[in-house]
Design a protein around this ligand. Structure first.
Ligand code: PGA
Length: 255
């Protein structure tokens, strides 16, 4: 057993914020939690605002991530953004396989796996999102669904590659709905994820891996989620668009 992993709190801004709005939000987050040492803080603005936000957060400890990337480094892929380009504008992370990408843009585990391998080669740490729908939960398929997503997304990754991966457990029924998973429900699935990783990649890799919870995390429920043994922070959507709410969530993750 190792020390508790350093928490990661990531703001997924989704398709929100013009450049001017993004800079204002980034400045407010820097003012609030820019020098926090005991939590890693990550902002994931839309592509168009990455460079501007990168300049603003530079003097702080806050890190930058993309919300998606292409599965090739470069080429004739109209509309795509490569992990090389993300790295170039200052990203260290990239969110992959978010349920909105799976649902609206036909993203599959296979696709996520290919992107994850390339992202790691390019020096980015992928945050791979998994989670069951409400129908799947009601049909008692949660563990089967999450297990198979995990298997597909981490297919053929080496132990060293898996060390770069963060998993985000995001039950689809909890995203943007205000219906947060209870800490016990989230913990149960996240413990399952860690055991699954341990079976495939060994205890050492599994115990070092950060597993985030995402889905309607708010200042009021963050602490009770983050105190669970297998919840190492959060992927925050709606509440990350408000600097004071996001700051409160980051503070809830501090030891
Ligand atoms: P939410 O989104 O916090 O608005 O539920 C979380 C996510 O989609 O990452």
């Amino acid at each position: 057993v190792i020390d508790k992993r350093r928490p990661l709190v990531a703001g997924n801004w989704k398709m929100h914020k013009t450049v001017g709005e993004a800079v204002a939000l980034a400045d407010a987050v820097v003012a609030g939690v820019g020098q926090v040492q005991d939590v890693d803080v990550l902002l994931c603005p839309p592509f168009t605002a990455l460079w501007a936000v990168s300049r603003r957060i530079e003097p702080s400890r806050i890190m930058l991530g993309g919300q998606n990337c292409a599965f090739e480094r470069e080429g004739a892929y109209t509309g795509e953004v490569s992990p090389v380009m993300l790295k170039d504008v200052g990203c260290n992370f990239v969110i992959l396989g978010h349920s909105e990408r799976r649902r609206y843009f036909a993203e599959t585990d296979q696709n996520v796996n290919r992107k994850a391998r390339l992202a790691i080669e390019c020096g980015l740490c992928p945050i791979i999102c998994l989670g069951e729908t409400l129908d799947q939960r009601n049909a008692k398929e949660t563990f089967a669904v999450v297990g198979s997503q995990l298997e597909g997304c981490l297919q053929d990754l080496s132990d060293d590659q898996v060390r770069k991966v963060t998993i985000a457990y995001e039950p689809v029924w909890a995203i943007g709905t205000g219906q947060t998973a209870t800490p016990e429900t989230a913990q149960e699935v996240q413990r399952f994820i860690r055991r699954n990783v341990a079976d495939r990649f060994g205890d050492e890799v599994a115990s070092a891996m950060r597993i985030l919870y995402g889905g309607s995390v708010k200042p009021a429920n963050a602490a009770s989620l983050f105190e669970q043994p297998d919840i190492d922070g959060g992927l925050i959507g709606g509440a990350s668009l408000d600097a004071s709410a996001f700051t409160a969530i980051v503070n809830a993750a501090r030891c």
